[in-house]
Design a protein around this ligand. Structure first.
Ligand code: NOJ
Length: 566
């Protein structure tokens, strides 16, 4: 311990990267936009591209470098755009291709890059490929999807994440065969073992790359490769389905091919959703010599919180282990939320008005002070919270609705399921962006597709913009601090006092500089003993305006988060 903090300055190690040679996405902060919920320009209650264009100056003001946009392609919306029926067109409710072109050029004008969501583990069942594929067994598109002819008997069980019966095979009477869908029955899985499918995908990616997009996030990509003989999996495999579904077969060959054909040609940033089952799986996706993807996006961090709470030591261990596994090679994403999660404040801290703001600032300080590329989910820069629906009729998410039917039909514990949804449903994280205190939070002049959280009068951009101590301005301040201090981007991470039950503390060290980062993850005051005192003058950021911890015995207020230069 003493050794760690005793050093005020330290000499650069040979392994430290020089930031000049690093790709842009390592130094970037990424802002994720769920387009349906960000800003509506035409009063139909659904966010759209013109709405995003109108808020580009706001996005710029955050200091972020890139936007990851959830799917905006034509879609019947079984899963809000994650069921694509035309990969080369824009969903009419989001606007037109002209709007897209304008959005991209306006982003680039402001130095903001765009990362598109590529949903190619599956398409919509309304995609022309699937319509053809389903039409006859001899159709040239038949092999674009996975079919099992019924005369062979029932196919070996495959688990579906979204199906109301949990069954990934859907019988189709037209050709007396079953098709495979790991997600909903309206999301048939594409057959990546068919080279024609892969070429189609690369052509689609080139289409967007030619338009000038800067990167891709590959949805559910770890599932694309499959053993098309469909062997029987052991009974109960669905409890551990990742082992059977993720990183199978020729997945790496496909990624190398994609890299050769598209990613490297257009110099695109790339990230796949999920990173397999181990550090080794994750390294195999992203290590520089593999020529596959840019960075890993692993779920271990967002899988931690449960309705019943979570253990801070476990949280520290998860993030520390990922950091150390990637300390020398490869690169990871750092995030506490996305469109598949409820709001981070509720999951990792509290929405109790007494602590909510401090907690939101602390969590943002956390993601922006770790090694890896931070992703901020829209609204988290304000500390938006769960809406907490009580009734199943209030939900819009297919995962929630079909999950409910499954629990009901199997005689499960419906009350527990509803409580889980209230805490963790994806709709909690999809309520409209809270822009101001006018009706519908300034998101729309119409009726929003999902209700606005009633707390918008308190939590909104306009109010926080004016307040130098708001969650929003803390976020901006923290982004600036990260940008100005490469130690926060590249610095070696060292966990301090792992066993401390309330405080998550670490140092970041880089080229003679060392920062000390402390977060009190509890709603009580916490005490943290340092081997040497720290002075208030060394404080770089603090989420409490009126209280600076200093000395050797630091007293941290509830959810207080501070960074010192040592
Ligand atoms: C993962 C996406 O993040 C999620 O929103 C979607 O429902 C599934 N993949 C299916 O595409």
């Amino acid at each position: 311990m003493l050794g760690v903090l005793g050093l005020i300055s330290c000499s650069p190690s040979k392994k430290e990267p020089t930031e000049q040679k690093q790709p842009w996405w390592k130094q970037a902060v990424i802002y994720q936009i769920y387009p349906r919920s960000f800003k509506d320009s035409d009063g139909d209650g659904i966010g759209d591209l013109k709405g995003i264009i109108s808020e580009l100056d706001y996005i710029k003001s955050l200091g972020v470098d890139a936007v990851w946009l959830n799917p905006i392609y034509t879609s019947p919306n079984a899963d809000n755009g994650y069921d694509v029926s035309n990969y080369r067109d824009i969903q009419p409710e989001f606007g037109t291709m002209a709007d897209f072109d304008l959005m991209l050029s306006e982003m680039h004008k402001r130095g903001i890059r765009l990362i598109m969501d590529m949903v190619v583990n599956h398409s919509s069942d309304e995609h022309e490929w699937f319509k053809q594929s389903r039409s006859s067994r001899n159709n040239p598109y038949r092999n674009y999807y996975h079919w099992w002819n019924a005369e062979k008997g029932a196919p070996p069980y495959r688990y579906s994440l979204f199906d109301e019966k949990g069954d990934a095979w859907q019988y189709d009477s037209l050709t007396n065969a079953y098709y495979l869908h790991y997600f909903a029955d309206k999301q048939p899985d594409l057959n990546w073992e068919n080279p024609k499918v892969r070429q189609e995908v690369y052509d689609i990616m080139k289409f967007w790359a030619e338009k000038g997009v800067d990167g891709f996030r590959l949805d559910a990509f770890q599932f694309v490769a499959k053993d098309t003989t469909f062997p029987k999996f052991p009974d109960g495999f669905e409890k551990d389905f990742m082992k059977y579904y993720a990183m199978q077969g020729n997945l790496h060959e496909y990624l190398k091919e994609m890299n050769r054909e598209v990613l490297s040609k257009y110099n695109l940033m790339s990230v796949a959703e999920g990173a397999g089952n181990s550090f080794e799986d994750a390294h195999n996706l992203v290590d520089e010599d593999r020529q596959e993807l840019s960075m890993a996006y692993a779920f271990d961090g967002v899988d931690i919180p449960k309705r019943t709470g979570y253990n801070l030591l476990h949280f520290k261990d998860v993030f520390s282990r990922w950091d150390s596994a990637f300390a020398q090679k490869g690169w990871i994403s750092i995030f506490l939320a996305n469109h598949d999660q409820a709001r981070m404040v509720n999951r990792y801290a509290t929405d109790d008005p007494a602590f909510r703001e401090a907690a939101a600032k602390m969590l943002n300080t956390f993601i922006l002070s770790m090694r890896g590329t931070p992703y901020c989910y829209y609204g988290d820069e304000l500390g938006m919270t769960n809406i907490g629906f009580e009734k199943i009729e209030q939900y819009r998410d297919i995962a929630a609705i079909n999950g409910y039917k499954k629990v009901l039909n199997s005689g499960g514990d419906v009350a527990a399921y509803m409580a889980d949804l209230k805490f963790g449903s994806r709709d909690n994280g999809r309520t409209p962006m809270q822009w101001n205190s006018s009706p519908q939070a300034g998101f729309t002049t119409g009726t929003p597709w999902l209700p606005v959280n009633p707390n918008y009068v308190e939590i909104n951009v306009a109010k926080q913009d004016k307040d130098p101590h708001s969650v929003l301005n803390h976020f901006r301040h923290m982004v600036r601090l990260r940008k100005e201090n490469p130690v926060l981007i590249y610095g070696a991470y060292q966990l301090l006092q792992r066993e401390h039950p309330q405080v998550y503390a670490y140092t970041r060290t880089y080229q003679g500089e060392r920062f000390l980062v402390l977060h009190n993850f509890s709603n009580q005051q916490a005490q943290f003993e340092l081997p040497q005192p720290v002075a208030a003058q060394r404080l770089l950021i603090n989420n409490y305006a009126d209280y600076v911890p200093e000395g050797k015995t630091l007293l941290l207020k509830p959810y207080q988060s501070v960074i010192y230069r040592l």
